[in-house]
Design a protein around this ligand. Structure first.
Ligand code: TXA
Ligand code: MG
Length: 324
């Protein structure tokens, strides 16, 4: 298992020496390496068992670092960076040659973001180099929102996990790119599309499933626990199952009185969308650990962060059918 602690200097020393360190961000925990050390970046793919066609996000301490690594920043990108950095926004921008093709999987754009978590900030400022960091989970599984989540799955492969407590946002960053200069959302996430549109006007959304995704977060099955997830009306799905003795429920704001309390996880009893987002991945992981036959979940109201929550629930359930 990895060591867990809050020692920024030690984490920086490990990364400077070419190791990987898990770090908290406000969205989810990241598996960080120096973005300018190609061997360390290659280790990220190995540890995550991530296909090499799936590029990494580069984390910067400040907007001012951007010009060293990207070209031709569109006006809207500057407006969004000014409004939402540091925070849960990732921009896809034309890369300069100093960003390795390994980081971008050979694509012409690099994904960049400035994280808000004080520990991620302290680490970046101590190192004074950008950090490549995907979510710190095995490829395809639910993202981690606590240091313990990271240790459970990757603890045997990394020396150190910086513990910054549970992630405040709990959903991965929202990814915005540009097609012929027009802004497009490729992954809904911790920054609501409505908030983006308040700054730059209407944006396209291209986060639907495709077999050749621009962003593998777009793969139809992703963010999945091992247990089969059924997404839809909970009562209807319960009726379809022959046996509900090993069924878990992930609901937005209600308990089902007829079912065992231990197997139910309520995202936010008061119906608060921010709280629901922050608890989503912990809920999926909690239920996944109970050795259940199914996890039943229902769409939350689809506005704001709710749209990103529904996206993750839908993908975690992709390819699941009821076998009866
Ligand atoms: O909130 C977050 O974004 C977290 C924290 C750690 O920063 N990171 C994260 O990274 O979620 P990851 O690797 O799990 O997801 C990044 C997504 C992937 O779907 C990847 O394909 C896409 O961003 N992406 C990265 N670089 C890209 C590029 N150059 N072009 C298109 N998509 C890209
Ligand atoms: Mg990920």
């Amino acid at each position: 298992m990895a060591k867990i602690g809050q020692d920024i200097a030690y984490a920086a020393q490990l990364i400077a020496g070419g190791s990987l360190v898990a770090m908290p961000t406000e969205t989810v925990y990241g598996l960080a390496a120096s973005a300018v050390n190609t061997e360390a970046v290659a280790r990220i793919f190995e540890v995550k068992k991530r296909p090499s066609f799936d590029p990494l996000i580069v984390h910067l301490a400040h907007r001012d670092w951007l010009d060293e690594f990207v070209l031709n920043i569109p006006r809207e990108a500057n407006l969004l960076a000014a409004a939402f950095w540091p925070g849960p926004l990732t921009l896809l921008l034309k890369k300069k040659p100093n960003i390795s093709d390994l980081v971008t999987s050979g694509l012409p754009d690099v994904a960049v973001r400035v994280p808000a978590h004080p520990m991620a900030q302290a680490l970046l400022q101590t190192l004074d180099v950008p950090l490549a960091a995907p979510s710190a989970n095995p490829f395809g599984y639910v993202s981690p929102t606590t240091a313990q989540h990271v240790n459970d799955q990757l603890g045997d492969h990394i020396p150190y996990i910086l513990d910054g407590g549970p992630c405040a946002v709990g959903l991965e960053s929202t990814i915005v790119g540009f097609e012929d200069g027009r802004p497009v959302v490729y992954r809904k996430g911790g920054l609501a599309v409505e908030d983006i549109e308040n700054i730059i006007g209407p944006v396209g959304v291209r986060d639907h499933s495709t077999s050749t995704p621009k962003s593998p977060g777009m793969l139809s099955r992703h963010y999945s626990p091992a247990t089969q997830v059924l997404y839809g009306n909970i009562e209807e799905n319960l009726l379809k199952l022959n046996d509900d003795t090993r069924v878990g429920i992930l609901s937005f704001n209600r308990m089902m009185p007829q079912l065992n309390k231990e197997r139910q996880f309520v995202l936010s009893a008061k119906g608060d969308m921010k709280e629901a987002a922050a608890r989503l991945f912990a809920g999926l992981r909690h239920l996944d650990a109970l050795n259940l036959s199914h996890i039943l979940c229902e769409p939350v109201p689809d506005a704001g962060l709710g749209a990103a929550i529904n996206d993750r629930l839908r993908r975690s359930a992709a390819q699941s059918t009821i076998e009866n």
